[in-house]
Design a protein around this ligand. Structure first.
Ligand SMILES: NC(=O)c1ccc[n+]([C@@H]2O[C@H](COP(=O)([O-])OP(=O)(O)OC[C@H]3O[C@@H](n4cnc5c(N)ncnc54)[C@H](OP(=O)(O)O)[C@@H]3O)[C@@H](O)[C@H]2O)c1
Length: 337
């Protein structure tokens, strides 16, 4: 028997910063599962910066959502009914799913997750999921981090950035510097995550604050923010510096093309390499990442923090807040226990 369910849809394309009016929560019938399908009660769903790009017309780093289309993203849930021999009832699964509390999904489109005692299911959306792999791939493959490097991370108190800094420290960085948007985040970076120093980018020009924090320069830059941060890092690089360009969130709400760094010639004189990447192209590193990072999570060696919002109604406020810096660590929406 079909039952009623609710989901979030894109109601309008934002111009600049999105507002609650750009989304709508609709009620619809949930169909019965067909052969090969499962019914999943979602425990937690992810809101991520890339979703902002999907709200615009044209291709960003993911295809655009159409107006009227369902909002989708990473979610973890429990299988409550199964018509697939591949996925048993009771299994914990990861899916790219609609922003819903219960979903009917093709079993072949979900990944069955291991049961990890003491590890919240939502960690598969953060430290053990896409953001964690992004931090790992960007630091080790793209920026070719090596022991003794001095590292600067922008957006350092977010899901990806907070892991980049810790991966670097745990792997023998000489020093790790970070920038973030509030004094509390800055204190968290230095007092709990072991960053050498950190600063609030609102407190003054980034280049100047970076020079004060790291007067001898940096070897590696992991960029989540772009714009002024990127220009400052180019200025701070030592010879043969390496950068992983992961994101440029300072420009995601911009309505015009953003200016590039004014110091690009330093790429030549300092012989720098800056490499952009999309995590989806690096799935080959996932098994190694999970094998190495899971013990760091279960032992508590890695500090993992989430900002948790409760219930499907909070999905849009959580997303809007993420874009404004309302999260420390990974922003997740809890849908059930
Ligand atoms: N390349 C890939 O495959 C890939 C995969 C995942 C994520 N990403 C990118 O990685 C970055 C981080 O993603 P995440 O999931 O870890 O998000 P996040 O850092 O947890 O959350 C976004 C953060 O961005 C910061 N921010 C917002 N506006 C800003 C501005 N104008 N200037 C500086 N900081 C600003 C806010 O923190 P503050 O309080 O510090 O401002 C906010 O908390 C994003 O750029 C995202 O697009 C890329």
């Amino acid at each position: 028997m079909p039952v009623a369910t609710r989901e979030w849809q894109l109601a309008a394309r934002p111009h600049g910063e999105p507002t609650p009016e750009d989304f709508r929560l609709v009620e619809l019938e949930r169909p019965d599962p067909a052969d090969g399908q499962i019914v999943v009660r979602m425990l937690a769903m992810s809101v991520d910066p890339y979703m902002r790009g999907r709200m615009n017309a044209g291709k960003s780093y993911a295809a655009a959502w159409e107006v009227g289309e369902t909002m989708k993203g990473g979610a973890v849930g429990r299988v409550v009914a199964s018509r697939s021999p591949a996925v048993a009832e009771g299994a914990l699964v990861l899916a790219d799913a609609a922003w819903r509390d219960v979903a009917v999904l093709d079993a072949r489109h979900v990944r069955v997750l291991p049961e990890l005692p003491g590890v919240p299911a939502s960690y598969h959306l953060g430290v053990l999921g896409m953001p964690g792999l992004t931090a790992w791939v960007g630091l080790f493959r793209l920026a070719e981090f090596r022991e003794g490097d001095t590292v600067f991370v922008s957006g350092a108190a977010g899901a990806v950035g907070s892991l980049v800094g810790q991966f670097a420290r745990l792997n023998g960085a000489a020093a790790v510097f970070g920038s973030a948007g509030t004094p509390e985040k800055v204190r968290w970076l230095t007092d709990e995550l072991g960053f050498t120093a950190a600063f609030d980018y609102h407190d003054g020009p980034v280049a100047q604050q970076l020079r004060t924090a790291a007067p001898d320069g940096i070897d590696v830059f992991f960029d989540n923010v772009g714009g002024e941060h990127l220009e400052a890092a180019i200025g701070a690089f030592r010879e043969f510096g390496r950068g992983a360009l992961c994101g440029a969130i300072s420009g995601y709400n911009a309505v015009e093309a953003q200016p590039g760094p004014r110091n690009m010639f330093m790429m030549v004189t300092k012989k720098l390499s800056l490499r952009g990447f999309i995590v989806g192209d690096h799935a080959d590193m996932r098994d190694d990442f999970i094998a190495k990072v899971t013990p760091l999570v279960t032992s508590g060696e890695l500090v993992v923090r989430e900002t948790v919002r409760e219930g499907l109604d909070e999905a849009v406020p959580a997303f809007l807040d993420l874009l404004r810096g309302g999260n420390t660590g990974k922003m997740v929406v809890r849908l059930a226990d």
